[in-house]
Design a protein around this ligand. Structure first.
Ligand code: FAD
Length: 413
């Protein structure tokens, strides 16, 4: 591995890829980003970026614009199916962690990131689906695309998400994404419905005997400024079977599944403009995140089920910390190892937490659900504080030691 790394090939223009490219440009590394799909706007559901991810968006110059286009979430409030309040977490995040938690449409986030990449002179190529990687000694690394074209660089970053093709190059017998047995149904609806129900700037999350329902504001637009999602055990139908159903049948399914749940859940189901179905995927731990001059970041390295609301935030952390590792260590291979040894423990802890949270959304007996709800209520004050290590992490305040050991310092209180 040589000291000269001047051009990065970045596969995937989701969240981690273009942010890494923007930050690489700042340290003088040219970055080309290749995305499998055509450039489009308006795609995807809603998501939340936590303070730990917001620090990176702020560093990239995106936070204030996104705060205008999203909705700051001032707490997460938990309820039982009946509507009984169980407690709140994540209060006062901006004061405690230096950034708020922000709910927004995924499309808003992606559009802002892509615009920023363009204005930062990152070269973006759409409809370039990676087919294979060629990494020969003393030659540039080559990305070959399914349209027959190719690109050469000094190293390659796989930011191509849960179904990563780069992962197959890094770990030839890599575990495949598996279905966790939970399905997601989500969409957007008018803000007026939540305003009429007296909802504050919070996310509300309701645990049922079977499944889960979450909702809140996600932006200022009257028509699409609120979002909701239902998580359910898969039972006899998978995501593909639900996607084959029309919107009326999906709505009917949601009405039946959430019949008797507290207001405004039934009204929200009726008001959903378009219901999108997602499988909840997970990937077992990889034996390594890098091979030669190729490194995985974000979901490609540590795909996480969405139940900790952290996948995008830790993908952003990765992008930031990778650029620090490359800045501090001229040898790409050592920089990649340093990056992995720093990032792996944190990422794996968050992935494990998301798995445990997902288990709270499965099928419970009536008494099991009652006990779970009591436990949530009693444990809430401790739960609230036990997540501070996630939100209080500021990737800009981590110092890398020479070699492979990294140390956190000056963490936000
Ligand atoms: C329903 C749902 C809700 C979620 N909610 C949240 C939330 O509230 N908060 C949160 O933090 N996280 C959430 N997540 C997780 C979050 O979306 C991911 O963790 C995050 O998008 C990972 O970012 P990434 O850049 O690693 O990958 P991605 O955002 O998935 O981007 C990967 C990109 O690579 C492209 N690509 C794939 N293969 C190729 C190829 N062969 N060649 C070229 N390009 C390729 C893809 O098209 C995509 O654009 C949620 C996930 C789901 C499914």
């Amino acid at each position: 591995m040589t000291n000269r790394f001047r051009k990065a090939l970045v596969i995937g223009a989701g969240i981690a890829g273009p942010i890494a490219a923007i930050l690489l440009r700042r340290i003088g590394i040219e970055a080309q980003v290749f995305e499998a799909w055509p450039h489009s706007t308006g795609i995807g559901g809603g998501l939340q970026i936590a303070p730990n991810g917001m620090h990176v968006l702020a560093d990239a110059g995106l936070a204030s614009d996104l705060m205008r286009r999203g909705s700051i979430c001032e707490s997460i409030d938990f309820y039982a199916q009946s509507g009984a309040r169980l407690g709140s977490v994540n209060r006062d995040m901006a004061r405690r962690f230096g950034q708020p938690s922000l709910s927004m449409r995924r499309a808003v986030l992606n559009e802002a990131i892509i615009e920023k990449a363009w204005s930062s002179h990152v070269e973006l190529f759409f409809e370039k689906r990676l087919a294979r990687i060629e990494d020969r000694p003393d030659q540039p690394i080559v990305a070959h695309f399914t349209d027959g074209s190719s690109a050469e660089g000094d190293f390659l970053i796989g930011a191509d998400g849960v179904h990563s093709a780069v992962r197959d190059h890094v770990v030839p017998d890599a575990p495949k994404p598996f279905d966790t047995g939970l399905l997601g149904f989500g969409g957007f609806l008018p803000r007026s419905l939540l305003e009429a129900a007296g909802a504050g700037p919070n996310l509300a999350m309701t645990f049922g005997r079977s499944g889960f329902f979450g909702y809140g504001y996600c932006g200022p637009e009257p028509r699409h400024g609120a979002m909701c999602w239902s998580t359910q055990p898969t039972h006899d139908r998978d995501a593909a079977a639900f996607r084959a159903m029309d919107q009326a049948a999906l709505r009917q399914h949601l009405r039946r599944f959430h019949a008797g749940w507290h207001d405004p859940i039934p009204q929200m189901i009726d008001a959903l403009e378009e219901i999108v179905v997602t499988a909840t995927l997970d990937v077992a731990t990889l034996s390594t995140w890098s091979r030669g001059r190729t490194l995985l970041i974000g979901d490609a390295a540590h795909a996480t089920s969405p139940h900790a609301g952290q996948g995008a935030s830790i993908a952003l952390e990765d992008a930031y910390r990778l650029v620090c590792a490359l800045r501090d260590q001229p040898d790409t291979g050592i920089a990649f190892q340093n990056f992995e040894s720093e990032r792996r423990p944190r990422a794996e802890q968050i992935v494990a937490l998301a798995r445990r949270n997902g288990n709270q959304k499965r099928e419970f007996s009536a008494s099991g659900a009652w006990i779970r709800d009591r436990m949530i209520k009693v444990m809430m004050p401790f739960t609230a504080r036990s997540w501070d290590w996630i939100y209080g992490y500021d990737p800009r305040k981590v110092t890398a030691q020479p070699g492979t050991s990294f140390q956190r310092d000056r963490q936000a209180a």
